[in-house]
Design a protein around this ligand. Structure first.
Ligand SMILES: Nc1ncnc2c1ncn2[C@@H]1O[C@H](COP(=O)(O)OP(=O)(O)OP(=O)(O)O)[C@@H](O)[C@H]1O
Ligand SMILES: [Mg+2]
Length: 305
């Protein structure tokens, strides 16, 4: 808490006289110019420009701009309350569900603006799937957890009426369930109990089921908000391996409080700090080995946060 207070005091002081310094003595603005020009490997999947989020009068995210390359893992790190989840939710317009939230700025997916009228939110959330901190399987069978989304979107149809009119896609459903569970590295553990209730799985298995469920709608981007924070080290390492595998095909954006985890699994790291600002963004190796911002250096080396 005292950290927040001291940061607030610093902000007041710095707006009056001294801008915050980087490790090289540059101002935050100069630093920002340096990393906004950085070209990451791979084409841009998501381009965020001048993003501001308010909850009522609270300014939770301030003028965030960053480009997220496709088929890679981007980690978002920073102290509690700095706006990581808020940022993540902007990427598939999940903040629309929060009445007090106001989003200004631009987010483009494959060049197309998400914040404009006429965007089909169901389609968007199919393309940009989300996995939350606590596993939240439906209280249904393992099989139904996977096929629920595609069935809802009309991609498969296995109901009684469909069968009566000769339109049963049961084979397609079986394949989809198996493929999604295999991708989420869960198939071998559940193949003999697909009709069991998903709530009977362990926490780590439930989280992989939620990942499988997100994959079943064939997304392009996977947003993960601390997906392993409630898991033991073995379950965590399974999720980490899985994320690494998934990034060959998908664009993964993950929030984590665990810096070693960010360092192990991500290609790029974005560091948000108190006040809702993106302070530094770069290749993960550079951020952890040689951060340019003094505040990021302090945060990473555990001096605060
Ligand atoms: N639904 C909401 N209504 C009002 N304020 C909110 C809401 N969600 C978040 N906030 C506020 O916005 C700021 C950023 O919150 P956010 O949840 O994005 O932070 P975070 O970095 O994800 O934190 P944590 O690491 O604790 O999950 C905080 O001050 C928080 O209180
Ligand atoms: Mg959060």
């Amino acid at each position: 808490m005292s950290e927040i207070e001291s940061t607030q005091t610093q902000t007041h002081q710095s707006t009056a006289s001294q801008p915050s310094q980087t490790t090289n003595g540059e101002s935050d603005e100069q630093l920002r110019e340096a990393w906004t020009d950085h070209a990451f490997d791979g084409d841009t999947k998501l381009a965020v420009d001048g993003l501001d989020v308010h909850y009522g009068d609270d300014h939770a995210l301030k003028d965030v701009s960053m480009e997220i390359p496709e088929r890679s893992v981007t980690a978002l790190i920073g102290p509690s309350g700095c706006g990581k989840s808020t940022f993540l939710r902007c990427l598939n317009r999940m903040n629309d569900r929060i009445p007090s939230a106001r989003v200004d700025g631009s987010v483009r997916l494959d060049g197309s603006e998400l914040y404009q009228e006429g965007v089909d939110l169901v389609e968007l959330r199919k393309r940009v799937g989300m996995v939350f901190q606590s596993p939240n399987p439906f209280p249904k069978s393992i099989r139904d957890n996977i096929s629920y989304g595609p069935r809802k979107h009309g991609d498969i149809d296995t109901g009684l009426i469909a069968r009566m009119i000769g339109r049963s896609d049961e084979r397609q459903e079986r394949q989809l369930v198996e493929q999604s569970l295999r991708q989420a590295a869960l198939w071998d553990e559940v193949r003999d109990r697909l009709d069991d209730n998903a709530l009977g799985l362990s926490g780590g298995q439930q989280q992989r089921l939620c990942i499988a469920r997100a994959l079943a709608t064939d997304p392009e981007v996977l947003l993960m908000d601390e997906p392993a924070s409630a898991l033991d080290p073995i379950a965590t390492s399974k999720i980490e391996e899985l994320i690494h595998e998934l990034s060959r095909e998908y664009t993964v954006v993950i929030v984590t409080h665990n810096m070693q985890q960010a360092e192990r699994i991500s290609d790029q790291t974005a560091v948000f700090l108190t006040g809702g600002k993106l302070v530094e963004y770069g290749d993960t190796e550079q951020i952890f080995d040689d951060p340019r911002s003094q505040r990021v250096d302090d945060y990473i080396s555990g001096k605060f946060g």
